[in-house]
Each structure stands twice: as structure tokens, then as C-alpha cells.
Design a protein around this ligand. Structure first.
Ligand code: GDP
Ligand code: MG
Length: 182
């Protein structure tokens, strides 16, 4: 790859055990392996084309931080989009995702970036486990609608490569749209 464009940076955040690693691995390898290393942050490189230009995406599978401020310090201002994942089977993980999304949005508004806000994609994962569902689709949609530049999808890393791919493609498309308007 001889691309000269700077890398685009995507960070995947959220509570423990919601399927962050499963989604990233599904997108990159098309496979669901069921068990993933925990405790270490891994950044993957993935080549793609954005608006006709070859670029490298750096996808960071972040480790869970109990304290949001730790996540904010580490990632805010350093990435082009946020994937915030929760499990539709865990109300706690949804609340964690909502408050993280809210804090991230707030921190951007404070720094009053005139170039528009880096997009947040709120991801309700494990939608295959419908009989254990604790969070309605409409609740995720509603939160995304209340935050600026925030979008929503549901995925199942376990059952669908296509949905995982759609989530990442949406994030890349949103990054690309933002750059075209800068
Ligand atoms: P992380 O801590 O957020 O990175 O979560 P992992 O990716 O390690 O996944 C946690 C557990 O949930 C693992 O046992 C996965 O196999 C399982 N898992 C992840 N995504 C899904 C999903 O979409 N559906 C189901 N049923 N299980 C999932
Ligand atoms: Mg993980």
C-alpha cells in the first residue's frame, strides 16, 4: 500500500463483555471465534478506500475503563470516530454507553471545534439474544437522536458478518463525509 493520506482513527469503547472485540474481529476476519483476549488494548490496521482515496484505518479495540475520565483523556481529540458498544442484554452496559457518549459529546462541545463533531456510532450488540433482551431498539435510537452527530445500529457479532461490516462502513462513511466538508 503506497497511500499517503494520514490514517483515520476509530476507537471502540464500551463496558466489559459487550462484544467489542468480537465485533472488531468479525469485521476484520469475517469470523466469530467466541473468545477474545481481555485486558490489553489492541490497535489493528485496515486498508480501505474513502471517497476514492486509499487510506489506512487504525481500529483500536480499547480496554474498559471504569472511570470515564480515563477514557476521555486517552481518546478524545485523538480519533476520527467513536464506536460505543453496549449489549442489548445488559441495561448496565447501555447506561454506561449512554453516559460515555454524553461525556464525549460534551467534551467536544467544550473545545468548540469549528470543524464539526467527530461522529459517534452507538452500537447495540448481541441482538441475536432476543429472549434476554433488556434494552429496546427504540431506546438506543432515542439516545442517538438526542446527541449531535450520533448514529445508531444494532449488531450481532455472533450471527452476522454483514451487520458488523455495515456498522464499520457507516463509521468510515461518516468520517469521510466530515472530511469532505472541512
Ligand atoms: P468485550 O469485553 O466487549 O471485548 O467482549 P468480547 O468481544 O470479549 O465478548 C464477550 C462475550 O460475549 C464472549 O463470550 C463473546 O463470545 C460473546 N459475544 C460477543 N458478541 C456477541 C453477540 O453478538 N452475540 C452473542 N450471543 N454473544 C456475543
Ligand atoms: Mg475485548
Amino acid at each position: 500500500n503506497n497511500s499517503t493520506a494520514p490514517p483515520v482513527r476509530l476507537v471502540v469503547l464500551g463496558d466489559q463483555n459487550v462484544g467489542k472485540s468480537a465485533l472488531v474481529v468479525r469485521f476484520l476476519t469475517k469470523r466469530f471465534i467466541g473468545e477474545y483476549a481481555t485486558g490489553t488494548e489492541i490497535t489493528y490496521q485496515h486498508d480501505l478506500t474513502l471517497a476514492g482515496t486509499p487510506v489506512t484505518a487504525e481500529i483500536c479495540d480499547a480496554t474498559y475503563c471504569k472511570n470515564h475520565q480515563t477514557s476521555l483523556k486517552k481518546y478524545v481529540g485523538k480519533c476520527d470516530a467513536y464506536l460505543i458498544v453496549y449489549s442489548v442484554c445488559s441495561r448496565d452496559s447501555f447506561e454506561y454507553a449512554c453516559s460515555l457518549a454524553h461525556d464525549i459529546r460534551l467534551s467536544h462541545v467544550k473545545s468548540s471545534n469549528q470543524n464539526g463533531l467527530p461522529p459517534i456510532l452507538l452500537v447495540g450488540n448481541k441482538c441475536d439474544l432476543d429472549h434476554y433482551r433488556e434494552v429496546k431498539r427504540s431506546e438506543g435510537e432515542r439516545i442517538a437522536n438526542t446527541l449531535s452527530s450520533c448514529y445508531f445500529v444494532e449488531t450481532s457479532a455472533a450471527e452476522s458478518f454483514q451487520r458488523a461490516e455495515e456498522a464499520f462502513h457507516l463509521a468510515f462513511r461518516l468520517i469521510s463525509l466530515r472530511y469532505q466538508t472541512l
